[in-house]
Design a protein around this ligand. Sequence first.
Ligand code: DHE
Length: 521
Amino acid sequence: MINRYYLSGAIIALLAINSISTSASEVLYKKNCASCHAESRIGAMGPALLPDSLARLDKKLADDVILNGRVATRMPAFKEALNAQEIASIIEFIYQAPEVMPSLTDADIMASRKDLGDRSLDSNSPKFDADPWNLFLVVETGDHHVTLLDGDKFEPITRFKSHFALHGGPKFTQDGRFVYFASRDGWVSKYDIYNMQYVAEIRTGINTRNVAVSDNGEYVAVANYWPRTLVILDGKDLSLIKTIPVASLEGKSSRLSAVYHARQRKSFVVALKDVPELWEVPYGPAIKNPPKKSNQQGSKNNTKNLFTPIHINTGVVLDDFFFSSDYTKVIGATRPLGSGTKGDIKNGLVIDLDLKRKIAELDLPGMPHLGSGIIWNHKGRQVLATPNFRSAEISVIDMKSWETIKRIKTEGPGFFMRSHENTSYAWSDVFFGPNKDKVHIIDKQTLEIVKTLQPEPGKTAAHLEFTKDGRYTLMSIMEDDGAIIVYDAETFEEVKRIPMKRPVGKYNIYNKTHLSAGTSH
Ligand code: DHE
């Protein structure tokens, strides 16, 4: 009742907002919000309140958060302290860009770094009784926590607080002991899974996309929207090694969409959001045919080209990437640039990182979500399957001829698709539209949907991940009062339901560190 009354009040208030001047809005912001979100709005205990950071939050929701507070966070309710017009005025203020965008200097970054936890109690083996390879980390954005889940018993081992709004997959060291998280607000944290405690944290950006980590955790690369930087950290304690400003060869600055780790090449591959370039940033001498033994690492002393970006002209802006198994080919989804056109170029490109040029175009409809693509063997050849953000279909592409061999019709556009080497099926959600509560199961040989699950009508069922052996599939009910549902991957029967608070992604340590073709890395 209060809400309905208030909302109509807020709409009237928004119409009358011109009567509150910008400086008065700023005064209101400083009085009520700055202590947690910082005067510069870059965030402190609370998240950043800048237009880019708020892009995913509808103004009506922002209004509700200020009025009623945010459950399971320290955001209080302001319904007693502020009237509708004042709240509307603060909303107008925070959704406008400041005259000068706040910056984050190297000194600021270094000053934000903290060692965490008590190292004196550290052990080199897990302090829990579970297979350390068959663990899942479940990111719960409902109350900003992470659950460490035993992948055999499907029981939580521990649950710990994360920074606000983690995004992108957590990245593991190859031994499976440490994991790195990135929050949309620019915080990077390192967590010791064996000892179940954080190691360190640092703020490297104001608006961050994701992190990539070299195999043994030597280096962490962070991709930012703002400031426009690629940040390189020492993976041991997260201290700052280098900040690389992002600009094309012509000097045009760009946001970064994401950064990826190319294990075989000892490099980070970087997606630029505003210019038609792709970067490869070496962190060690590239190895074309990687040795079988992991002790043959590149020498750290050969620092000549270390962290110097190699610019590859892509001719068109690419967003959202997928890699061939040997990481020599990057498959990117094309996005319109500036004028909104991209000429005759199709929706996907294949770039050869050795040749440093495009070698094929892909016939993909709508807006493919290549980041969620997976690979499997289909009748003796490798195929790539990708869901689509706009089109109700999954494209299956031959990775030799780069031709589309099948367009599997689905009940709506999907977000995440997953499989495993030991299963005959691939699972894909229907994330967008009225069928967001459904998940398709596809036979990897017939390329037909064999079953559609609808675990909780009306609730978003999304993001899949398999156990180490591929016997079970874990699915999220992505709601505040959500759950992880465990399915038998062969019979598709539900095995267990574990309550969770908006579990977004779940990540199996073995599958991620062993680069399973059925999941992202
Ligand atoms: Fe993500 C991964 C980009 C919106 C949940 N998302 C990624 C990655 C990129 C990306 C580039 C790969 C990075 C990595 O894993 O290191 N995501 C984008 C977007 O551009 C988009 C569409 C809009 C945006 O503003 O960021 C977007 N993503 C979302 C969501 O709305 C999701 C569903 C919920 C959320 O919390 O933001 C979401 N994204 C995820 C998840 C992964 C991810 C769970 C990791 C998937 C995995 O299994 O590895």
